[in-house]
Write a protein that binds this ligand. Structure first.
Ligand code: UDP
Ligand code: MG
Length: 312
C-alpha cells in the first residue's frame, strides 16, 4: 500500500461526503498506485456513522474505524494511525480546513527524502480573534517551557513516512499531543506553508475547555519546568520570609511593634496561596502519572469495516 489517508470525524455529517469526494479526487491524481482512506468515527452523535457505512458500501477501498465512544481528537487520530498500512501517511481533518489537494506537492517533498512534511498555516480564514490570540499565546508559552522545539502554527495536518509512524506507534502515552510527539521523534522534518480554509460546514469541535485540556496535556507531556518553577517560587518565598523575620525581630526590639494584623494577613495569604499553587502543580503531575500507570487501552473499536476485516 502506497498511501493511507487518516481522517478523524466527530459529528461531521455535513462535511463527510464532500471531504471524501475531494480526498479521493486528490488521491486519484497523486502519483501513487494504491491508497486507502481511513475514517474514524469518534463516537459521533449525529448521522456520521450512517454516512460512513454508505461510503463504504460504494467503495471498499475505504476503511471505517468506529470507536466505542467519543475519545477526543488526538486519540481518534491515534486509532486511525494504528490501522494505517501505507508507506506514507497523510493526516487531515474532516472539515476541509486543510486542502486535500496539497497531497501531491507534499508527497513530492516526502519522496525527496523528507520524513515529515507538516502543514504550517500562513493565513487563517474564518477563525475568531480570540482563537488566533490564544493560539499565539499558547505556542509562545509552550516553546518556552518545552525542551524540544515544537513549530508554531502547525496542526496535525501532515504527511509522514512509515518509519516515523512505526516510532510513533511505539509511544504508549495516554495524554497525547501528537504534533509534539512527532516533533520529538526527529528524522528529517520540514514545514509546508499553506493557507487554512474556513470550515466547510458545522462548527468547531474544540470548545474552550477542550482547548485548555489540550494545552495542559501539551505542557505537562513535554516539560517538567512547571515543577521547577514551583521550586523557584519556594526559594523566593523562603528568602522573603527570612527578610520579614529579620524585620519582625528588629521592630520587636525597637519597641515599635504595632497591631500589625494587616501585614500578618498579607503574609499568611501570600504564603498559603504560594503553597497551594505548588501543591496544585505537583498534583497535576501526580494525576497524570496515575492515568499513565493504569495503562488502559488507548481506545476500543466497536466496529471495523474493512475488506479483509484485519486491524493492521
Ligand atoms: N474531532 C474528533 N473528536 C473530537 C473532536 C474533534 O475526532 O472529540 C475531529 C473533528 O471531526 C475534525 C478534527 O478532529 O475532523 C478537528 O476538529 P475541529 O475542526 O473541530 O477543530 P478546529 O479545526 O476547530 O481546531
Ligand atoms: Mg477544523
Amino acid at each position: 500500500m502506497d498511501l493511507s489517508v487518516v481522517i478523524p470525524c466527530y459529528n461531521e455529517e455535513e462535511s463527510l461526503s464532500e471531504t471524501c469526494r475531494r480526498v479521493k479526487a486528490a488521491c486519484d491524481s497523486a502519483p501513487v498506485d494504491s491508497y486507502e482512506i481511513i475514517l474514524i468515527n469518534d463516537g459521533s452523535k449525529d448521522g456520521t456513522f450512517a454516512i460512513m457505512e454508505k461510503l463504504w458500501a460504494q467503495d471498499k477501498g475505504i476503511v471505517i474505524v468506529d470507536l466505542s465512544r467519543n475519545y477526543g481528537h488526538q486519540i481518534a487520530l491515534t486509532a486511525g494511525l494504528f490501522h494505517a498500512r501505507g508507506e506514507y501517511i497523510f493526516i487531515l481533518d474532516a472539515d476541509l480546513q486543510d486542502p486535500p489537494e496539497l497531497l501531491t506537492p507534499m508527497l513530492e517533498r516526502a519522496r525527496a527524502g523528507v520524513d515529515v512534511v507538516y502543514g504550517q498555516r500562513q493565513i487563517r480564514d474564518g477563525e475568531t480573534l480570540f482563537k488566533l490570540g490564544s493560539a499565539a499565546a499558547f505556542y509562545r508559552i509552550l516553546s518556552w517551557l518545552s525542551d524540544i522545539p515544537i513549530p508554531e502554527n502547525v496542526g496535525d495536518f501532515r504527511l509522514m513516512s512509515r518509519r516515523v509512524l512505526d516510532q510513533f506507534l511505539a509511544m504508549p502515552e495516554h495524554q497525547r499531543f501528537i504534533r509534539g510527539m512527532i516533533a520529538w521523534i526527529g528524522f528529517r522534518q520540514e514545514a509546508f506553508p499553506y493557507k487554512r480554509d474556513p470550515r466547510f460546514a458545522g462548527s468547531t469541535k474544540y470548545p474552550l475547555h477542550k482547548l485548555l485540556q489540550f494545552a495542559l496535556d501539551a505542557i505537562s507531556g513535554f516539560s517538567i519546568k512547571p515543577l521547577r518553577i514551583s521550586m523557584v517560587f519556594a526559594i523566593f518565598g523562603t528568602f522573603l520570609a527570612f527578610c520579614l523575620g529579620l524585620l519582625a525581630i528588629w521592630t520587636y526590639f525597637g519597641h515599635r511593634t504595632v497591631a500589625g494584623w494587616a501585614s500578618l494577613a498579607c503574609i499568611i495569604t501570600f504564603f498559603s496561596s504560594l503553597q497551594l499553587i505548588c501543591i496544585g502543580v505537583i498534583g497535576e503531575y501526580i494525576g497524570r502519572t496515575y492515568i499513565e500507570v493504569k495503562d488502559r487501552p488507548l481506545f476500543i473499536v466497536k466496529t471495523l469495516l474493512r475488506e479483509d476485516g484485519k486491524a493492521a
